[in-house]
Design a protein around this ligand. Structure first.
Ligand code: ADP
Ligand code: G6P
Length: 466
């Protein structure tokens, strides 16, 4: 059997200080079960010059190979171009986007350097799976180094429309680079369609029936592979954690109030400003929920060297403080904001405790938190998921209350509806959501991609010229 080589910026080594994030969670679950080589950034910066050999660690069936970045690489490739340019671009939020040519060059240089370090670790029979917006130039860099193994690429974020994409100089080069892969996977059919339309317009690729593309004599498959969680494992963890001391302390502190829970990285795409405004609107317009609800927002600080993330943190701390100061009482605090990551067990227990899971990104590739919240519920007395209609997960979880994440009134209405919802309706909605995720798994997601990759990359005859 071919060895699976996963290449991603963030590598989650079990003993390391794992960071919150959908990619790490999905790939961790997959790699633990599938085994293989996982290659990427160590999460650290080197003090000296760029190293050419990776650090190697083995855990179970997985070999981890990681490299440090220099401080300059971190700044140009990770902070500036990946997270200051590409992340907002992919989420169609151009007003949050910064661009400078030096960062673009730094980004390309890191993609090439990582390819240089990876190539000596590869075997000719490997299957290579590259992940996410940090590594848009990786497939092309590997091909330029004569790597002939099948290469797949999966984007964890949304993919923007061709017009939006063209707002970044040289975006067309990234499309051409991606077309060096044999299979391109996206979270939803809409993202796959946006990519195919860009490839046709920018690179002159021909569209094939079934969603593929043809460029010269190569066929490139393009498809939707929605990321999944391990719902039964998460449900079990939530049930156990609901009985532990940490959740019990939270429950006692609520003293009978309904818990509204948000769990996110503190990220400008997660709709946190609007979410707080929505809760504020609820309290201002429906006084009966004062003292009856507590909103716990766990927002793990993320990418703190990027300006937009620092500003967001200041804004949220300011708005949460203002809501507590103006609407709180001597014996009641409406919002609890925590800007640290919380252990996975605790998150699962808190989710089971919460009457409402409030998940309102402005846009999101998938959003695993939404699926985790569903999995965490007690089927007998489930809570209600309030979900942004612009999260990829909304395509599968249509039985949640779907909202427009920028409209505080709509969020307030949804919270009110959820707080008043009868138990039979909560059960019906929950059951429909659970049905949508219960048979899937992170391993199944990975296997479906890898099996599609094994069928991709076939040479086809060049179309006859008229
Ligand atoms: P993203 O990939 O943009 O961070 P997702 O919702 O897809 O968003 O995935 C986030 C993952 O990280 C989920 O598994 C979630 O449970 C975890 N996570 C998110 N925020 C936190 C937090 N504040 N503390 C601990 N885990 C978190
Ligand atoms: C999202 C991205 C991932 C990233 C994660 C956490 O899920 O799609 O690629 O790893 O956020 O962000 P970070 O910058 O900490 O890796």
């Amino acid at each position: 059997m071919s060895r699976l080589v996963v290449v991603s910026n963030r590598v989650s080594i079990p003993t390391g200080d794992a960071k919150a994030g959908g990619l790490a969670v999905a790939l961790n679950d997959l790699m633990e079960r599938q085994g293989g080589l996982w290659f990427g950034w160590s999460g650290h910066t080197s003090t000296g010059s760029a190293t050419t050999t990776p650090a190697l660690v083995q855990h179970g069936a997985v070999d981890y190979a990681t490299v440090d970045l220099t401080p300059e690489e971190l700044e140009l490739y990770y902070n500036n171009f990946s997270n200051g340019t590409l992340w907002p671009l992919m989420h169609s939020l151009p007003e949050q986007m910064n661009f400078d040519r030096r960062s673009l060059q730094g980004y390309r240089a890191v993609n090439m350097r990582l390819a240089d370090v990876l190539v000596p670790l590869l075997r000719s029979t490997d299957t290579i799976w590259v992940h996410d917006y940090h590594l848009l130039a990786m497939a092309a860099s590997l091909r330029a180094r004569n790597v002939t193994c099948p290469i797949g690429f999966f984007l964890h974020t949304p993919f923007p429309s061709p017009d939006m994409l063209s707002s970044v100089p040289e975006a067309s080069q990234f499309i051409r680079d991606l077309l060096s892969a044999d299979l391109l996977g996206f979270q939803t059919a809409n993202d796959a369609e946006n990519f195919a339309a860009s490839a046709q317009r920018i690179a002159g690729a021909a569209r094939l029936a079934g969603g593929g593309l043809q460029l010269g004599n190569r066929q490139i498959r393009v498809g939707a592979f929605p990321v999944e969680i391990d719902p039964h494992d998460f449900a079990e963890m939530a049930e156990q954690a609901h009985g532990n001391a940490e959740t019990a302390r939270l429950r006692r502190s609520l003293d009978g109030q309904s818990l509204i829970l948000g769990v996110d990285r503190m990220d400008p795409t997660k709709g946190l400003r609007h979410r707080l405004a929505g809760y504020r609107r609820l309290l201002e317009t429906r006084n009966q929920w004062s003292r009856q609800t507590t909103f716990l927002q766990i927002a793990a600080a993320s990418r703190q060297d990027v300006d937009a993330y620092q500003t967001l943190r200041d804004d949220l701390e300011g708005s949460a403080g203002a809501i507590n100061a103006t609407l709180g009482e001597a014996d009641w605090t409406p919002i609890r904001l925590i800007s640290r990551g919380v252990g996975r067990d605790a998150i699962a227990g808190f989710m089971r405790e919460a009457r409402i899971g409030l998940v309102t990104p402005l846009r999101d590739g998938m959003n695993l938190v939404a699926k985790e919240y569903v999995a965490a519920q007690d089927p007998d007395d489930p809570g209600v998921l309030v979900l942004s209609k612009f999260a990829g997960a909304a395509r599968q979880l249509g039985a949640a209350i779907l909202v427009n994440p920028v409209d505080p009134d709509e969020i307030a209405d949804a919270l009110d509806l959820a707080l008043r919802m009868s138990r039979p309706e909560r059960q019906d909605r929950w059951k429909a959501c659970w049905e949508a995720i219960k048979d899937a798994s992170a391993l199944g997601w990975g296997r479906s991609f890898v099996s599609a990759l094994s069928r991709a990359g076939t040479e086809v005859p060049r179309p006859a010229r008229p």
